[in-house]
Design a protein around this ligand. Sequence first.
Ligand code: SF4
Length: 325
Amino acid sequence: MSDWQKILHEGVDTLEKLANRFGHDVIDVEALKPAFDNFQMRITPAALAQIKEVGDPMWNQYVPTVQELEIVDGVIDSLDEDGDSPVPNITHRYPDRALFLVSPVCATYCRFCTRRRKVGDPEKIPLNQYDSAFAYLAEHAEIRDVILSGGDPMMLSDRRLEYIFQQLRAIPHIEIIRIGSRITSHLPERITPEFCEMVRKYHPVYMNTHFNHPSELTPDSVAALEIVKALRGWTSGLAVPHFVIDAPGGGGKVPLLPEYVEEITEDEVIFRNYEGKRFVYKQPRQVAAESGCDPLAPAAQNDVVPIQIGKKAASRSRRRRKTGS
Ligand code: SF4
């Protein structure tokens, strides 16, 4: 077992371990049990270190709640990724790029995960169904950019990752490989010299990551973000990350810039995606009020669910592929 795998096992993955870590006096084990019976949970040592107290933003990001069992609104596949999936493990939404799910597991599980219908379940992201995915990518010469995701691809061994890189690099039209990973926050020990040595053979390979709260910004992360800031003066905006939301129902990425936001009211935020389609999010307070919850209760404050999404073409299988970002 490698060092990062040992560190992974030092994390918290049961209610008992969570209570032992934070104290049985502050955690109501009986009350939380239904949530732990229903949801995947694991928190790595690095993510645990970001939790300063029970109920703080980092706690809320990782610890399941019973409120999650009360489904008020929403859809299982909120980004409609399965609607754009021609073969298992592939989502092909934009013409020039494809999402390739390669790992069913994550180092730490996030409560906000839009793919929780699959993540944590090896049957839903099967490791033995790569072949049809590679065949699809090879057959579609318009695909030049492949985003590896899951789950977290960095949970795979270097050997398996290298196999994936080799297969992708054998397809001439694939120019860019991206890895979508939260390992930077959750398990930085996974970025080993051996991994770096291996991955450099398959460049260009990029890693997309994200942070949801300032508490995740460890000194190393801040140093990395300073690099992003400095890039502005030295390279084009193409290389600089932007803040976007992923529109519900497969609307795609929408930058939160004035020209995309049509209106913000007390009740709704209305914006248009790159195709001009209109999307409406309810403001959280109204969702909470309609659900009959106390709008100021912590769980309700966190509820943001789509109520109305842009109309998609009736048949997803027949519709043309979109263009855009
Ligand atoms: S790391 Fe990504 S895939 Fe895994 S639970 Fe968090 S959001 Fe979902």
